[in-house]
Design a protein around this ligand. Structure first.
Ligand SMILES: CC(C)(COP(=O)(O)OP(=O)(O)OC[C@H]1O[C@@H](n2cnc3c(N)ncnc32)[C@H](O)[C@@H]1OP(=O)(O)O)[C@@H](O)C(=O)NCCC(=O)NCCS
Length: 149
């Protein structure tokens, strides 16, 4: 059983653990603090078990919401956690008048590409050798979201 909630300062240690578990170049605690403290940011966590098991971080600028990071602890994957985080992000981003979601993803990240495909994202471009450790292209994805009436 998970619950979806806005992240607070007390979630930073759990978010760091998720970053370490999910990425070869995890965000530092300082970067996560800055994301949480930015008025343009949306940071949402999934709580389950003893703490946060997944999170999504994004920023809204004008009509675009850019997803910076999404990660779920390995033991909690394939149980709808990322889908629940994305669904909540979409509703919060529309409240902030965003009309599009966008993101960059490693070209080889099949799990993430499948997740985004399910949410209707389409390829909008590619950045050559964008990532390091290992070096890899980024695929730029974008999807239109509906405004709240
Ligand atoms: C990508 C990630 C966030 C998905 O999280 P998740 O909670 O397992 O995703 P969900 O359970 O909500 O899955 C939703 C859909 O995504 C796709 N998907 C997720 N994991 C998949 C896998 N291992 N293989 C194939 N498709 C997968 C499926 O379409 C799935 O729907 P289904 O279960 O009905 O088939 C997770 O694997 C993760 O944290 N990966 C490491 C970090 C990362 O790569 N983040 C993305 C950076 S852009």
């Amino acid at each position: 059983m998970i619950s979806i909630d806005s992240a607070g300062i007390s979630d930073i240690p759990d978010i760091c653990v998720i970053e370490q578990a999910c990425f070869s170049r995890p965000w530092s605690e300082k970067s996560i603090c800055e994301l949480l403290g930015n008025e343009n940011s949306l940071v949402i966590v999934a709580r389950g078990g003893a703490g946060c098991v997944g999170y999504i971080g994004a920023r809204v600028i004008d009509d675009e919401c850019e997803i910076m990071n999404i990660g779920v602890l390995p033991a909690w994957r394939r149980q709808g956690v990322a889908s629940a985080l994305l669904a909540r992000l979409i509703s919060e981003a529309t409240l902030r008048r965003a009309l599009f979601l966008s993101l960059e993803v490693r070209a080889s990240n099949k799990e993430a590409l499948a997740l985004y495909g399910k949410f209707g994202f389409r390829t909008a471009g590619r950045r050559k050798n964008y990532y390091s450790a290992p070096v890899e292209d980024a695929v730029i994805l974008r999807v239109e979201i509906r405004p709240v009436l």
